[in-house]
Write a protein that binds this ligand. Sequence first.
Ligand code: UTP
Ligand code: MG
Length: 620
Amino acid sequence: MEEKKKKHKPINRKLLRRFMKGTWGYFIIAAIALIAAVLSAYIIPIITSFTIDYVLIPYAEEGYKAGDSGVPGFIINWIDSIGGREFLIKHLYIMGIALLLFTAVNAMSTFLRRSYIAYAGESMARNMRNDLYEHLANLPFDYHKHVSTGDLVQRCTSDVDTVRRFIQNQLLEIARTVLMVVCAAVIMLRMNPMLTLWSVIMMPFLALSSFVYFKAVKDSFSDADEAEGKLSAALQENLTGVRVVRAFGQQKRELDNFTEKNADFRKKNLRVNNLMAYYWSASDAFGYMQIMLALCVGVYYAIKGWISVGELLVFTSYTAMLTWPVRQLGRILADLGKASVSLGRIDEIISAPLETEPGKALTPPITGDIEFRHVGFRYEDSVDPVLDDVSFTVKHGQTIAILGSTGSGKTSLVQLIQRLYTATEGEILLDGVNINDYERHYLRRNIGIVLQEPFLYSRTIMENIRIVDPDAPEEKVYEAARIASIHDVVKAFENGYDTVVGERGVTLSGGQKQRVAIARMLMQEAPIIILDDSMSAVDTETDAAIREALSGRRQNCTTFIISHRITTLSTADKILVLEHGRLVQQGTHEELIKVDGLYKRIADIQNMLEGELGSEGGEA
Ligand code: UTP
Ligand code: MG
């Protein structure tokens, strides 16, 4: 049902106008060039026929009355005034020059039409992509949960391309066809209305069959598109999950899967190509029948003396010129359908509501005192609350550690501080001001976060660390990297800081990736730092070294550390223990170690393990 609704969505004109901003000039030039091209194309047969009727035949045949072959009276009068037929016979090259001239006009205007419509289409596509990208960048964080990346990429690339192709190849084609039919009708009717009728009698059938045919094969076209989509999705998934595929020895299965989709795509594409071959050949035959009809009837008319030989030439030329655009009409309509579906898909992104600024958009200096007051939160699609009645306070410069089993809501809690999501109950205060009242970009700039699964760009390590401030001096980068205990590691790489990080951080180990992400966060010099389990892949000693190095900075920063390591947690000024979204314990290490609870249990287990490891090490 959803599909159906999409297909019948009318074209959003406002959106189209928005994309066309700045491209009107190109469209106008292309339209003028189009008119010039059509007119010159129609003049060329007239020059030939005029040469036959006015110059050639009267010269060859005694008593043959010179015809005008559709040349306007004032031009005939002018030719007569400069010496008429005799003059032209002596200077026959003039007719050749006239032919050349109009052919040149035709070639030039065809060139202009094509290049300017290309400018128009490409500029529109650029506008579309920019608008889409900008919109996507400002959509709420939540939006991306409901849509697949592959689908978004497709909308920003293939759908934009479908619309562009329609603009470039088809839009003017409609205007051209209409213009051609009108011009041909005017000229032909003036010469002989009856023969005009014979020359176009099959055209409506040709147009109609084109509509019917393209409507009938529409499904085959969309089947082929769908098969292509599936093929690229399979490819994308395979490349993204390359590690999993290899690790689980799935190459053969994945290859089979890919081969199957590939074969399916070939089959469906072949079908489309076959259907098109049938159509073009059948309509070719149909078109030639029309030309043949015009020729036969025309010859009869010429023998009867109802039209001149030159006029016969005009009729047959025009009939041939008209068949191609007419049999294309159905295809244009089919493409119009496709383009409007694509535009609808683009529209869906553009009309998704942007992230709003619910409060006063303040940008005061931030010190970093944070207070949670009875904060509750649930994700849009979840039934149970993820956080429930969470209250605590942190003074600036303090370090706050969060412990909790997986799924207990730790990540959700820190994401609320960044306002990636908004608390559904209670309020979060930063320096006594509700965080909703801060300007969101300003708020986020002042909170440095290292995500649980850090994402690195496929650029150099230097560029990755400098991402927030590309002009930062290298010394500053080294300093941040030293604190994150990654400087020496990077220096030891063959290309040092110029080592290109592979897509999704391939080429770096898990722990190295985390540390690069920490260095990147430090460059932000934010008064609030959040480390979401950011040292899980770093060994305990390096973890301690990083925390030690960080502590110099931490005095001016409020730091949130999510961790499962008691050694990390124990140094914090305050420890929060979360269980199923509820804050079950809070206090310092000394306080929590004394009471029964999750913290003590985990501390005991980790101490026991340490002890065992220690004694094993001792024995060896
Ligand atoms: P969290 O992601 O906050 O858990 O999800 P956590 O404490 O950080 O867990 P670990 O230690 O990293 O593994 C809390 C709950 O919210 C749900 C999850 O299913 C989980 O039960 N959740 C999370 C959603 O419903 N939607 C999301 O987008 C993310
Ligand atoms: Mg988490």
